[in-house]
Design a protein around this ligand. Sequence first.
Ligand code: ADP
Ligand code: MG
Length: 777
Amino acid sequence: KAVMEKIVWQRSLQMRSQQQAWQESAEGSRMLEFRRSLPAYKKKEEILSVISRNQVVIISGETGCGKTTQIPQFILESEIESVRGAACNIICTQPRRISAMSVSERVAFERGEKLGESVGYKVRLEGMKGRDTHLLFCTTGILLRRLLADRKLKGVTHVIVDEIHERGMNEDFLLIILKELLLHRPELKLILMSATLDAELFSSYFNGAPTMFIPGFTYHVRTHFLENILEMTGYRLTPYNQIDDYGQEKMWKMNRQVPRKRKSQIASVVEDAIRAADFKDYSPHTQESLSCWNPDCIGFNLIEYILCNICENERPGAVLVFMTGWDDISCLKEKLLTHTVLGDPNRVLLLTCHGSMASSEQRLIFEEPEAGVRKIVLTTNIAETSITINDVVFVLDCGKAKETSYDALNNTPCLLPTWISKVSSQQRRGRAGRVQPGECYHLYPRCVYDAFSEYQLPEILRTPLQSLCLQIKSLRLESISEFLSRALQSPEILAVQNAIEYLKIIGALDEKENLTILGRYLTMLPMEPKLGKMLILGAIFNCLDPILTVVAGLSVRDPFLTPLDKKDLAEAAKSQFCGEYSDHLALVRAYDGWKDAEMDMGGYEYCWKNFLSLQSMKAIDALRREFICLLKDTGLVDSNAASCNAWSSDLNLIRAVIFYGLYPGIGSVVNNEKSFSLKTMEDGQVLLYSNSVNTRETKIPYPWLVFNEKIKVNSVFLRDSTAVSDSVVLLFGGSLLKGDADNHLKMLGGYLEFFMDPSVVEMYQSIRRELDAFIQG
Ligand code: ADP
Ligand code: MG
């Protein structure tokens, strides 16, 4: 022990002299000067002293004040100062992999080191961490995984949970575990960091832990709401009072007296705005008013107009455009690239910023463009608080973010662009005023902003809990509901019950809520259980190749493009992929075609000719590679296999595997004289999403349709469907638990009376038993 202590001491001394040498160098002292200018640095001593006196501390401060890059460094530095550097072990979690990577790189740079020395990072499938790493940035998911194997977090001295204001599911989950761990590890320090001021909730959760606030500084940001933007175009949005049956209400009307000449130039802009907001039906200051907006429409033309205006008339400075999600970003990018000004690389550096981008692209975001070139970054809400781009002067805010929501009563999950909160909107605006006075264009009227809720609902209250419940089971033996009752804000009991029920139906949990073999495999695949399940069976049945495409395809934007002016051509192009009564198989065909063309360097043309999104194809390609790595980790795919060459192309088998994953999302097909209709057990009559290949058919020669998603708008719509036969339903439906076959038949009994012929049932049961045995182990 004494020898160990001596080694640690010597190593700590070494760390101290290294750091001193760096800070005395010219570059190092310049860096130190920069760091000292950050608001967080002014509170350094106070922060350290509060941390030393308390087990839990909550620190909030405006974005960019130096929480993420400085506070972990303060701790490391103070440990190094007191010659304990080599004994400390700080973990700082980030909600997203890209921030873990970019922040660790930045911190290493500030310390004059390479990544992997004292500072490292770890994200899924990637990392840079050495023997001497004492400050590790990782995703929250990575820390949760570590807790699986090492419940006490042995050797860790500080845990910093960053961006807690986002209230992501993983963070809330982590806090439940850490709260308990703190009791067993009295010397472990927990620091929570937030960009907003809602620190009280966390403080009371941790028995009145102290809170600290770092005041920040931002320049004035001029704010334009939609009405101001429209005025720029010559249109005016004016409120007027209208008397109706319900009394007086304020309405909006568009004043369309615009000089003729300009009219055509801006017609599309205004049309776009009108489409985005149906002003006629618009009454401000109510929650309902938000739903009057078409959430699918973000007004690309309007964005293009503003961007063009900035490029031609405004002072230098980067532009940050907040979009709803990756799909809109790639769509907008494709559009902008065809624009004469915005698509000109000599004038505009057009970049994207989202969770799954490549690291080379990441670095570009932080760099300054050449003189005369304007940097425009299209981003998801990732740049709202976790990533700071220094030279931003203009911000465009579409007001929405893609958010999962969940209707526990109907057990229907939705992933739709939804309105952001007031706090988010302010954060987005704040990004424009970091280096000089800025401008922010909100693409919605002021009164819509007024109707935003103050904070966003935490994720744990608005998403299905299936993945979370699986994780809880893999970590603990206790009951899921009991565990969740100790959360910061506990989810509804019904939501928890639905999740458990679902996990039982898909065979991940047994009747006593214990993980099955399938469940255990699913916990190793960080994705929705249904997708994991599809991959697992794809691997078992040797049809992984198409299944990889299907699962990847379910995670990216619909690659089939339908430009409004070329709708017929696009439809015609798509028909070559149809014919199997399956959106999933259509995608597989399109991807395979692209891949072949890509081999001959013709990928771009192939997409262009067939109205496919090149970005989506590339994204599918990248995801497929990621999935293979994950499957190799689980041992289901041979880890030495370079690719998955051995695969079946038996369409019925692929259909069955798709069904197996998506079950119990299933509807029955009723073929009528001239058309067909669809029913599900819970909803009765349902409709297909208009982009489904199955909407082209008048008849479906299969009795069942399995679907990926059910979304309630006015009616219930099914998204991404594949037609399947009775035998597939019989073989793969129901939970794959022993002895459950009877139950399964009963459940489907109403539909499947035809199959209740004893000999068929018997045959089915025997096949089924074999399959069960296979899956179970
Ligand atoms: P916070 O976590 O409080 O939002 P950060 O610690 O991320 O703030 O950033 C503090 C400051 O460090 C930023 O305002 C910015 O000036 C600078 N900074 C952060 N990351 C980078 C980077 N990758 N490149 C250049 N400067 C950066
Ligand atoms: Mg931060």
